[in-house]
Write a protein that binds this ligand. Structure first.
Ligand code: SF4
Length: 266
């Protein structure tokens, strides 16, 4: 099995202890309206279009026939774009998110950074939802573990419990999102099953694995008193659990535009 990777980010300083290499895996089980990596939601390779690099003028393009010469509507253009048209564009306006890696190939790639990790650093798997690709991820984790690499994951835990149980065998630390703790809002806003999340969350919190809860504070979605109270209650039960608030930002906006309207709630 192969892993669908969008990006390997070197010298990451905010994705776990020390200096790390962060691997972004493509595909997510949720569709949070505030997603900062919207290019990682779809679990497949995906074209993108960046208008600022497009050289088309007056309805035509020097590189040949292309839907974006006629219209810059991203969703429509990407749905009509052929492989040949994609390949003929040399302006950099068109690109593709997602590259397949064999697990061993990915390990070889990230191990190039090992001299920079020092005593605390290592590799963090993020996404998307990294545990969604657990079957292909497990051989890579096993190889990295054998090399003594510190492993972290950034996960929302809206995945089958079997994937979480496998993950706990390898990860030294989990950064777990805590977004909404109301069943109906979790379903309508995120598209997730809150009961599954809570079952997985209690499983990891009781396992002894180091967990840091991350609460993205998003105006109108996750900043209400009921959510704060529910998180407070949760933390009262697990006082050793770290808790971080992540402030709202718009770093994903450009990528969101580049793939068309992929997030429900926009
Ligand atoms: S081929 Fe590239 S530069 Fe030309 S219209 Fe298409 S996206 Fe724009």
């Amino acid at each position: 099995m192969k892993l669908l990777v969008t990006n390997i980010q070197r010298f990451s300083l905010h994705d776990g202890p020390g200096i790390r290499t962060t691997v972004f895996l493509k595909g997510c089980t949720l569709h949070c309206p505030w997603c900062c990596n919207p290019e990682n939601i779809q679990p497949r390779k995906q074209y993108y279009y960046q208008k600022k690099k497009c050289i088309a003028a007056n309805g035509s393009c020097a590189y040949g026939d292309c839907p974006f010469a006629i219209s810059t509507d991203v969703k429509t253009g990407l749905s009509r774009l052929t492989r040949q048209q994609f390949l003929q564009c040399k302006s950099g306006a068109l690109g593709e998110y997602g590259e397949w890696y064999e697990p061993a190939e990915l390990v070889k790639e990230v191990m190039r950074d090992a001299p920079f990790w020092g005593d605390d650093g290592g590799v963090t798997f993020s996404g998307g939802e990294p545990l969604m690709q657990m079957d292909a991820l497990e051989p890579a984790l096993a190889l990295l573990k054998r090399c003594g690499v510190n492993l972290c994951a950034e996960t929302a835990l809206y995945v089958p419990t079997s994937a979480v149980l496998k993950a706990m065998k390898y990860f030294d630390k989990l950064f777990v999102d805590v977004k909404l703790l109301d069943k109906n809002r979790a379903r309508s806003v995120l598209g997730g099953d809150l009961e599954l999340y809570l079952e997985n969350l209690h499983t990891v919190l009781e396992s002894g694995v180091s967990v840091s809860l991350r609460h993205p504070l998003i105006k109108g979605y996750t900043d209400d008193i009921a959510t704060e109270r529910a998180i407070h209650e949760l933390l009262t039960h697990y006082p050793s659990c770290e808790y971080q608030i992540l402030s709202e930002h718009h770093l994903g906006d450009e990528k969101r535009l580049s793939v068309g309207d992929v997030c429900k709630g926009d």
